[in-house]
Design a protein around this ligand. Structure first.
Ligand code: FES
Length: 82
């Protein structure tokens, strides 16, 4: 399914970008051009990004800018077990 019509960016491309480390709409914009023109795709692009991050086990919580690495179901810091 196309997400960004202005730049012909589809859901698969956004999911691939997430798997390669894209972590924000800015990353998608810089890497793929998503939301760089009319901006109508921004919310859907972020939703696809977050969905893929969850699928990959990379969670973001409110106020957190980067993804966590690995599954952290109890909210423990990624480095706490080290
Ligand atoms: S639909 Fe993505 S910038 Fe217009």
């Amino acid at each position: 399914m196309y997400i960004c019509l202005c730049n012909n960016i589809n859901e698969t491309q956004i999911r691939q970008a997430a798997a390669q480390g894209a972590n924000s709409l800015a990353d998608l914009r810089d890497g793929l051009g998503v939301a760089s023109q009319c901006g109508q795709c921004a919310c859907m692009a972020e939703a696809v990004l977050e969905c893929e991050q969850q699928r990959l086990g990379l969670y973001r919580t409110a106020g957190q800018r980067g993804p966590r690495t690995g599954h952290q179901p109890n909210g423990a810091a990624a480095h706490a077990a080290a």
